[in-house]
Design a protein around this ligand. Structure first.
Ligand code: MIG
Length: 739
């Protein structure tokens, strides 16, 4: 038995109460249960005599207003009651049960409860018969994680498949369909077993450290809202980041990049962002440009800007170990890099530049220094930063990362890499975010990171790393991004077309169709694979790509609404069917379709050769086929026609989609909003507008307009009018209500 050495915390020996906290001294450790709000309970446990400092990189909100709590002891049980929860804690032995105020059980400890196995900490909980799990951050495989087990350990995983549990991002956050969620906040290697091998229980464990978890009571929406209240929410990205991005490892020179830009404009394929992957650097030295191939970065960026393109450049954590290189020399002088465990010198490891030293991003002093390095670099006018390899990937050490004993500052707490690993990339990208905010105080930053930990949404969007040009991985990107979206990271997406292996024309056409509806829309491919830009497979595929990239741009007002919703309540932009239709049980099983916001149902064609597909229309609403405008009842499968140029797409009856005429990049202004009306019992929509680039929206410089449609008439209700350049013209498109 893997758990034969497990020791639970045992019986309670004494209880003390302070404010909203109960402290239990147990036979084998201490347990602290704190009420943060009516719906959030924090549970900590330690096997040593006292708790460590209360510190977490993930948590954004540390001060909670006092909530009314009732604590009662009756016999063997202490009960904590809030407006939304009842926590029943039995004392011999200590077991925690969460229930609704009416007594309905939400979650109960398994007979083993929580405790220790050597350095490991673990909590066992009962698994209910009908329980399903979602969230868990960036995970491959099916959307419902019940019956699965996987680790959380940020891993550079080129060539990964659905069998790899540990990939780039660790967000140990679980959403249960039984009306609760759990965030397991431990940065050591973590492991979730969600009923794998034994369907009567699930368990969460970490290699070391304290048990520290947050229990959220509520339905899925409420759990995501409160989880993101605790770990923070994204800011509104610059509007251009919602456009189409084109990348390649690598465009090898300024001329090549300019050529790609010209192709987009000449072919009238909309695009906003071009990337410089690692080869723009001088020998892979971060913060430098290759003087031969990218001799005048400032001029290049300016030239592209004139054509309506932004440039995003990659920055890796590894600093070439070369004392002739200023970043390395300066960093060594100032003691910015990680040292070996025995103190005998810098820790070195190999990545792209050859032998490298690595900044300790868990040290505030190092973060400030690294942040400062962005100053000259950003003076080129580069618009955004891409952080890669920040798991961190280190090729020549076992496990492809640093030895676990490398010492880190961990914000003064001193920890080894075993504890710092999962927050290394988080802190790198956070540093870059802070640099952008400092250097460009009223400009919304754009960052893309590969590695992350819970709370990353405060600093960056996340793309899902090195996928492959395979149909199965295209299909897998739907549940992967849905779960990531439910885990606080609403702004996410895969490499469209697939990174490694060779894409085919059909796959690119289908993936671009679908990618147009993901929050992040970037085509990227690996060195050595065939070219994958939209025009590289001939006219038919190019036309399909143009059509859907254009549609994306026409839908930007709708997308922008959704991004704003994400900033406000952590609301996912792409949503599983059950987000909008929790009472339709079939929606929980559908992970080859998704909703974009409340109104659009996207059903990508994920099989080669398919000319049609079955689409499940959620119950409780009627749906219009976007292309034929034919109306269907919900709660059934329909067969959608899907020749190569047609992505099955449905609109919820009762929606008004705000759109614009086609544009080629977000710099092209349109002063007219097209309201595409799909009549239902009640028909409404809205439009959020601001300048798309500054933080003035936080100071009321935004407009919010509500629309309703009834009796053949549009009603406009201006709720907020803080944005001076809000659209003045609306054009209504409406289909006949009898269609
Ligand atoms: O070892 O920078 O996931 O997007 O093109 C490969 C080169 C390093 C991995 C990233 C990929 C990027 C590539 N990088």
């Amino acid at each position: 038995m893997p758990d034969s050495k497990f020791t639970s915390v045992g019986n309670v020996k004494s209880v003390a109460k302070t404010e909203n906290t109960l402290d239990f001294v147990c036979e084998h450790g201490r347990v602290r249960v704190a009420v943060l709000s009516d719906a959030i309970i924090r549970v900590r446990a330690t096997q040593v005599t006292d708790f460590g400092p209360d510190f977490s990189y993930a948590i954004a909100k540390t001060k909670w207003p006092k909530v009314k709590t009732d604590v009662k002891t009756a016999g063997n049980t202490v009960t904590i009651a809030t407006k939304k929860l009842r926590v029943n804690i039995t004392k011999t032995p200590l077991r925690i049960e969460f229930a609704k105020p009416d007594g309905t059980i939400l979650s109960r400890a398994d007979a083993r409860g929580m405790g220790w196995e050597d350095a490991k900490c673990r909590t066992y909980r009962e698994l209910a018969k009908d329980e399903m799990f979602f969230g868990c951050g960036e995970k491959t495989g099916q959307m419902n994680k019940r019956g699965q087990s996987f680790g959380f350990w940020n891993t550079d995983s080129l060539g990964h498949t659905y069998l790899h549990g540990e990939i780039y991002v660790s967000i140990p956050f679980l959403i249960s369909t039984r009306g609760y969620g759990i965030f397991w906040d431990n940065t050591h290697r973590t492991f979730f077993n969600l009923g794998h091998g034994d369907e009567s229980r699930y368990f969460l464990e970490a290699d070391a450290g304290e048990i520290d978890y947050y229990f959220f009571a509520g339905d899925v929406k409420e759990v995501v809202r409160t989880y993101t209240e605790l770990t923070g929410r994204m800011w509104l990205p610059p509007r251009w980041a919602l456009g189409y991005h084109q990348c390649r490892w690598s465009y090898l020179s300024a001329d090549e990049l300019l050529d790609v830009a010209r192709q987009f404009r000449r072919r009238k394929i909309p695009c906003d962002v071009l990337y410089c992957d690692i080869d723009y650097m001088d020998g892979f030295r971060v913060f430098t440009w290759n003087p031969k191939t990218f001799p005048k970065p400032r001029a290049l960026v300016a030239k592209l800007a004139k054509m309506g393109f932004k440039v995003v450049t990659i920055i890796d954590p590894g600093v070439k170990n070369d004392d002739g290189y200023a970043v390395c020399r300066d960093g060594k002088q100032k003691g910015m890099f990680l040292k070996k465990a025995d103190g005998s010198g810098w820790f070195t490891g190999n990545v792209w530049p050859g032998e490298c030293v690595f900044p300790d991003f868990t040290n505030p002093r190092v973060r400030e220094w690294w942040s400062g390095l962005h100053k000259d670099f950003l003076a080129t006018g580069v618009a955004g930063i891409w952080n890669d390899m920040n798991e961190p990937a280190v090729w020549n050490h076992p496990g492809g990362t640093m030895p676990l004993d490398i010492p880190h500052d961990y914000d003064g707490q001193k920890a080894t890499h075993a504890r710092a690993h999962n927050v290394y990339g988080f802190n790198m990208t956070r540093t870059c975010h802070e640099a952008l905010r400092t250097l460009r105080p009223n400009e919304r930053p754009f960052l893309i990171t590969r590695a992350a930990y819970a709370g990353i949404q405060r600093y960056s969007m996340v793309w899902t790393g090195d996928n492959q040009s395979l149909w199965e991985q295209f299909a897998g990107s739907i549940p992967e991004c849905l779960n990531l979206s439910l885990s606080g990271v609403a702004f996410c997406g895969p490499d469209v077309g697939g990174f490694s292996r060779n894409c085919t024309g059909e796959l690119l056409a289908r993936w671009t169709q679908a990618g147009a509806f993901f929050p992040f829309f970037r085509n990227h491919s690996a060195m050595g694979t065939r070219a994958q830009e939209p025009w590289t497979f001939g006219k038919e595929v190019e036309d399909v790509c143009r059509k859907y990239i254009s549609l994306r741009y026409q839908l930007l007002p709708y997308f922008y609404n959704l991004f704003r919703e994400a900033t406000q309540a952590g609301t996912p932009i792409m949503r599983p069917l059950f987000w909008e239709f929790p009472n339709d049980p079939h929606g929980y099983a559908v992970d080859d379709q998704f909703l974009l916001g409340p109104a659009l149902l996207v059903a990508p064609v994920i099989k080669p050769g398919a000319g049609q597909r079955a689409v499940y229309l959620p119950a409780g609403n009627e749906w219009y086929d976007y292309w034929t405008k034919q109306k269907h009842a919900g709660g059934q499968y329909v067969t959608a026609r899907a020749p190569l140029d047609t992505l099955p797409l449905f609109v919820r009856a009762g929606s008004i989609l705000p759109m614009t005429r086609p544009i080629e990049h977000t710099g092209q202004k349109t002063d007219e909003i097209i309201l595409d009306v799909y009549p239902g019992k009640k028909t409404s929509g809205y439009l959020y507008e601001d300048d798309g680039e500054s933080f003035d929206y936080e100071r009321d410089a935004y407009s919010l307009t509500n629309f309703t449609w009834s009796d053949g008439k549009l009603r406009v209700n201006k709720k907020k009018t803080g944005y001076r350049f809000a659209a003045k013209k609306y054009r209504v498109l409406v289909l006949s209500e009898t269609a």
